[in-house]
Design a protein around this ligand. Structure first.
Ligand SMILES: CC(C)(COP(=O)(O)OP(=O)(O)OC[C@H]1O[C@@H](n2cnc3c(N)ncnc32)[C@H](O)[C@@H]1OP(=O)(O)O)[C@@H](O)C(=O)NCCC(=O)NCCS
Length: 182
């Protein structure tokens, strides 16, 4: 697998990036995937593609926040036929490597639960918030488990962010503190 910077990638890869977004998040990008790819390419951002067999297998992006010390991971998507083969994990690792070089201390992301994929969708998340985070269970393959395997921790939630019982789950990882390094 080869990693490429999407900012300097050929047009065909950008078309494939848009298609990967459409496929992964149809409810968000069905008719604005190209615009989202263009936003990923903005100068201050980082956008990486994973190429396998001459095709784009997955993409990952990051946005500098808090100056350059904390970056938001957004988006991450792997083309369906390449899933569960380590492409997503490899993209996260490559992004972290490049962000460390840019002085990033903390990487974080929001991962929505809009369809009851975790126990955080049950009841009022404003009540017993921390207890519920500690006891979270994955009900329908929510990607927070993937991030946990890669050393991320749940650092917060935004209850009802996407509607009642549809929270955003915030995960973060230190790129410098030894105890959090993978
Ligand atoms: C989430 C996603 C990027 C994972 O990519 P991937 O290439 O399949 O991930 P990997 O093969 O590196 O998986 C790494 C580990 O996480 C697990 N995993 C992968 N996807 C998972 C998911 N959706 N939920 C829970 N665990 C998952 C795998 O079992 C694997 O663990 P294992 O190797 O110990 O079995 C991919 O499923 C995808 O594009 N989904 C749709 C978009 C999305 O949800 N993006 C994330 C938004 S926050």
């Amino acid at each position: 697998m080869e990693f490429i910077l999407l900012q300097t990638a050929k047009h065909a890869y950008l078309e494939q990036a848009a298609q990967i977004l459409r496929q992964a998040f149809p409810h968000c990008y069905a008719d604005c995937a190209q615009e989202e790819v263009r936003e990923m390419l903005e100068e201050e951002k980082l956008a990486i593609g994973a190429v396998r067999d001459g095709r784009l297998a997955g993409i990952i992006g990051a946005i500098p926040r808090y100056d350059m010390t904390a970056w938001e991971l957004h988006p991450l998507a792997v083309e369906e036929t390449y899933r569960s083969q380590g492409v997503g994990s490899a993209l996260v690792a490559e992004l972290e490597r490049r962000l460390r070089e840019r002085g990033c201390l903390t990487i974080y992301l929001g991962s929505d639960d809009e369809d009851g994929s975790t126990t955080l969708s049950e009841g009022n998340l404003f009540e017993h918030t921390y207890e519920k985070i500690q006891n979270i269970q994955n009900l329908k393959k929510h990607p927070y488990t993937l991030y946990q395997k890669l050393g991320y921790r749940i650092i917060g939630v935004l209850p009802d962010a996407n509607g009642l019982g549809k929270p955003d789950i915030w995960l973060g990882k230190s790129l410098v503190r030894q105890e959090n390094k993978m």
